[in-house]
Design a protein around this ligand. Structure first.
Ligand code: BG6
Length: 508
């Protein structure tokens, strides 16, 4: 496999959770697979003052807990740790960047990393406009010698206006090709597999359009509440946290046209076209198309679950949504008239992300009753996580008298691919940024198009407090009204941890 060029990965916000749980364990996984360049270092930055040794000690804990791979031996692990450095300074203070730039140059000479730097912004978003400016002021966006790349974590903006401002600010100091906006969903193997499922199989693509697809359903549920992230989540809510980015991205991958080539420009051009074709939901229709909910306290099997309003850092009268279900249309040739239903929430029964393509029923219902009409709608379930895989549902005759139809499954699970290592999303994305491949990163215009779609909904919620925030008991599938979004006899699929196990056996 191709190895990246020698470089230093500079992490702003290195004393934070993301660095500890995701970034360093992922870099470690790249190391154990021999995917890092020969000359490489990580320079962690943060306000806390700390020696290299203390930083390494903390990071090794994160590696032990969260890395997917193991070092060959203790010595090998030490070699990795020796590549980690730390420099403490106040990133809000322009005057302090000079010292940091000197430290970086010193390390660059020591490690022989040829002035190639990746800057990862793992800080609170209010730093996103300050850091790039100061990097540029200290010559650290200049690519005359060595590459300079900037990885920006979500949230990318708070609404359309702030996302545009952020794009403008970044583009003053860095070129679009230097900017890598992360949406970790694109780093998931199974999300990338959507492209392969669609575009490498002759049997699916001919059916993948308004003539054969009845509706598309996307669920991304989590069984945990907001935990210790209440402070952040209060200002975000499910729409900003999950829908604007991850769910709209999944919808775009389901709906996009085949790209001309598999490269950053072609794929991202197709994604942005879908986002630009989303039919706007006018403010006065928000309640009809979008359901918001918030989890309330509950007891399941004797176990108590907290209400969102009781979580740390949350206003006891909060109206922040922890659940969103919505219906929308994509106004283009392929999808005209096909409803897309998406749903996400915290404190739901299980952690599942999946896409369900519901195909049209047969034109004439030979084996007629209400249930069997539903059955005659074949479903293709693309499971993103867990029990990653694909499931096709179709009807078969039950042996015996009459013509009773039973739903049967044809399924593939990634776990069947023995000895196949599924890299984590961050591992894949970090490697891509190191290689200079932005295919799996969001482009500025796509981020803005997604904000443009969700902005009127957020505004309506803010300006019209009469739009209900429905309560739902923690551990249930959200407010009942979300069922009514789907017309007719249809309903959401209520998935289980096991891909094939909907409605039959669930872990609850
Ligand atoms: C993050 C959100 O972007 O995605 C979190 O901020 C959410 O609130 C997480 O829990 C879900 O990611 P995953 O990979 O666990 O589905």
């Amino acid at each position: 496999m191709k190895k990246p060029k020698n470089h230093i990965l500079v992490i702003f916000g290195a004393s934070g959770d993301l660095t500890y749980r995701k970034l360093i364990p992922s870099v470690f996984d790249l190391y154990t697979q021999n995917l890092l360049p020969d000359n490489f270092g990580v320079l962690g930055l943060g306000r806390t003052q700390m020696e290299n040794e203390a930083f390494r000690k903390k990071m090794v804990e994160g590696i032990d807990k969260f890395a997917s791979t193991k070092a060959k031996n203790a010595e090998d692990k030490e070699t990795f740790l020796s590549k980690l450095y730390y420099y403490g300074f106040n990133t809000k203070e322009a005057a302090e960047y000079k010292g940091f730039a000197e430290e970086l140059q010193r390390l660059d000479s020591e490690l022989k990393t040829e002035n190639n730097f990746i800057f990862y912004l793992a800080t609170p978003p209010n730093m996103y406009s300050i850091i790039p400016k100061q990097l540029a002021a200290n010559g650290l966006s200049d690519e005359h010698v060595g590459f300079k790349r900037l990885i920006v974590e979500k949230p990318f903006g708070y609404d359309l206006e702030t996302a545009k401002e952020l794009n403008e600010t970044l583009l003053k100091e860095f070129r679009e090709e230097q900017i890598y906006r992360i949406d970790h969903y694109l780093g998931k193997e199974t999300v990338q597999n959507l492209l392969v499922t669609r575009f490498s199989n002759g049997i699916f693509e001919p059916l993948w359009n308004r003539n054969y697809v009845h509706h598309v359903e996307i669920t991304s549920s989590e069984d945990i509440g907001v935990g210790s992230r209440g402070g952040y989540y209060e200002g975000s809510g499910a729409m900003r946290d999950m829908v604007q980015n991850h769910l709209l991205l999944l919808a775009s991958l389901v709906a996009m046209e085949p790209p001309a080539l598999i490269n950053a420009d072609s794929i991202r051009n197709e994604i942005v076209k879908v986002l630009q074709s989303l039919r706007p939901i006018p403010k006065e229709k928000v309640e009809e198309f979008v359901i918001r909910g918030q989890y309330t306290a509950s007891e399941i099997k004797g176990k108590q679950y907290k209400a969102y309003r009781e979580e740390e850092g949350v206003n006891p009268k909060s109206r922040t949504e922890t659940f969103v279900a919505m219906k929308f249309f994509i106004d283009n040739w392929r999808w005209a008239g096909v409803p897309f239903y998406i749903r996400t929430g915290k404190s739901l029964p299980t952690r599942v992300t999946e896409i369900v393509i519901h195909f049209n029923a047969t034109p004439h219902h030979l084996f007629m009753n209400e249930k069997s009409i539903m059955r005659q709608q074949n479903q293709l379930v693309i499971r993103i996580q867990p029990d990653e895989g694909l499931l096709l549902k179709f009807g078969m005759k039950l042996p015996g008298a009459g013509f009773n139809v039973k739903d049967v499954n044809m399924d593939f699970h990634y776990s069947e691919l023995n000895n196949t290592y599924l890299p984590s999303a961050y591992e894949r994305l970090l490697l891509d940024a190191m290689l200079g491949d932005a295919t799996l990163y969001s482009r500025g215009d796509a981020v803005e198009a997604a904000w443009k779609f969700v902005d009127p909904i957020l505004k309506a919620w803010k300006e019209q407090p009469c739009i209900k925030v429905h309560g739902y008991p923690a551990g249930t599938w959200g407010p009942d009204v979300s069922d009514k979004l789907i017309e007719g006899i249809q309903t959401w699929r209520y998935p289980c941890k096991n891909l094939v196990g909907d409605g039959e056996y669930c872990e609850l």
